[in-house]
Design a protein around this ligand. Structure first.
Ligand SMILES: C[S@@+](CC[C@H](N)C(=O)[O-])C[C@H]1O[C@@H](n2cnc3c(N)ncnc32)[C@H](O)[C@@H]1O
Length: 230
């Protein structure tokens, strides 16, 4: 899945992943992250997800990263927010848009997630992964999971072996991959272990029937995972 693939999807408006309603599983399970008011949430591969609006209205700052600039621009336009645009000094390929919503700051990087550093995005308190891990093919997922862990681990806070781990709320889809090509890709518990178990404790919070718009006949289960300190 190269950048052109996603640029083209946004250009042609093939963005079935973009939901008009806040994800009910986010609303139901977000408190399992046990965050304090004002915490900063990282949303990798964020698109223009309305879930970021919900996070801000709940009193959280949001920092997202998205490859496609028009998606970031559309987010702010649709939310009637006038963002400021900040060019990253030492990399002309990277910039971020920043605006205020419900008194919270929303910062959306226009960048390849693999080019970002912890210093770029700053310290965060939790990760919300919706349609990010499952957007990537198998051969990119180990690298992605490592990158998310690095971006969200403030090593200056380390007091013990794993204290730097930032919790994640992660949504995945599970279906027979032989019946459809991704994205979204199917990910089961064993695969998740492969990506995250070295650093996180993985707990399944829910498993509910779901569907994929482009393949309505396939049986799909959506799973909600909490990734936390071991
Ligand atoms: C399946 S969509 C999900 C978007 C959003 N999370 C949502 O649920 O609406 C995946 C998004 O990731 C973006 N993307 C893909 N690869 C990326 C990368 N390497 N770095 C940053 N964004 C990326 C795509 O442009 C696309 O908007």
């Amino acid at each position: 899945m190269n950048p052109e693939f996603w640029q083209k999807r946004w250009q042609e408006g093939r963005i079935g992943f973009n939901q008009s309603m806040v994800n009910p599983l986010l609303i139901k399970y977000f408190n399992r992250l046990n965050l304090t008011a004002g915490s900063r949430i990282f949303v990798p591969l964020c698109g223009k997800s309305i879930d970021m609006v919900w996070l801000a209205t709940q009193g959280y700052d949001v920092v997202g990263v998205e490859l496609v600039e028009t998606a970031v621009q559309a987010f702010f336009t649709e939310q009637n927010i006038e963002p400021t645009v900040h060019q990253q000094a030492d990399n002309p390929m990277m910039k971020y848009y920043q605006g205020q919503l419900s008194g919270q700051t929303i910062t959306l990087w226009v960048a390849d997630i693999f080019a970002l550093t912890f210093e770029d995005i700053g310290s965060i308190d939790a990760v919300y992964d919706k349609a990010a891990l499952i957007a990537l093919p198998d051969d990119m997922r180990v690298r992605y999971s490592e990158q998310v862990r690095k971006l969200s681990s403030d090593t200056s806070k380390v007091n013990g072996a794993n204290n730097e781990i930032t919790p994640q709320l992660l949504l995945t889809l599970n279906y027979d991959q032989r019946k459809k090509n991704g994205p979204p890709f199917s990910i089961n518990g064993e695969q998740l272990e492969q990506y995250y178990s070295a650093h996180y404790q993985i707990s399944e919070l829910a498993s509910v029937p779901s569907s994929i718009g482009s393949a309505p006949d396939i049986t799909v289960t959506e799973q909600v995972w909490l990734l936390s300190n071991k």
